[in-house]
Design a protein around this ligand. Structure first.
Ligand SMILES: [Fe+2]
Length: 221
């Protein structure tokens, strides 16, 4: 059959436009988490490292039209559907974008665990100190770069590690809180002392936000 051309309605033409994503704003000053996480680290982490993931992900969208029109989060959730030729790059750069978006949201100095998330942690781990112990143990066991997460896995709390920029969303899990274990997240202040960084990280978890995420995800299933 002779093909006579592609007549796309206007709305489809619009969809063909390259969709650029932007670096998410940090909703607090760089020095807000001092002295647990220092100002310089926050600045470089957000403005340079996170920006680089955004730039590289935008370059991927530009070169691969099939990535247009969806959020990085949606793409990462369906990572297995991404063409094998670009899947690793999408996982790394898209993951880098959304993992950092998530991280900035759950940071705030000196909040206390409370509410439903605390009850659920006590149910699953015994008490908050045992949870911290488990979380730290997991973070210390991660080889190389990656993340430790508290996730909802089939409705149940669990602690997992992911390598590089892999996201629990690709595994069907819902992130509730996370620590960035790439050296760029702590090396300026802590150098090789990952254990100290993790201990101090417990002072900058925004438990109100974590509880909020937990409640939203529980309601929505
Ligand atoms: Fe990072």
């Amino acid at each position: 059959m002779k093909k006579i051309g592609n007549f796309l309605p206007h709305s489809n033409q619009e969809n063909l436009k390259v969709k650029k994503i932007e670096l998410s704003k940090l909703e607090y000053p760089y020095d807000s988490l001092e002295s647990y996480i220092d100002e310089k680290t926050m600045e470089i982490h957000h403005d340079k490292h996170h920006q680089t993931y955004v730039d590289k992900f935008n370059a991927l969208i530009e070169a691969n039209k099939e990535l247009e029109g969806r959020t990085p989060k949606e793409i990462i959730m369906d990572i297995e559907d991404v063409d094998e030729k670009i899947r690793t790059a999408v996982r790394n750069h898209g993951g880098g974008v959304i993992n950092h978006n998530f991280l900035w949201k759950i940071l705030k100095k000196n909040t206390e665990p409370k509410g439903n998330i605390l009850k659920e942690i006590e149910k699953e781990f015994g008490n908050i100190d045992k949870f911290k112990e488990e979380f730290k143990k997991s973070a210390m066991s991660l080889f190389g770069s990656g993340w430790t997460w508290l996730v909802l896995d089939d409705g149940k709390l669990n602690i997992i590690n992911t390598s590089n920029q892999d996201s629990p969303l690709s595994m069907g899990m819902i992130p509730l809180l996370t620590i960035d274990l790439w050296e760029h997240a702590y090396y300026l202040k802590y150098q090789n002392r990952r254990a100290d960084y993790i201990d101090n990280f417990f002072h900058v978890i925004n438990w109100e936000k974590v509880n909020e995420i937990f409640l939203e995800e529980n309601v929505n299933g």
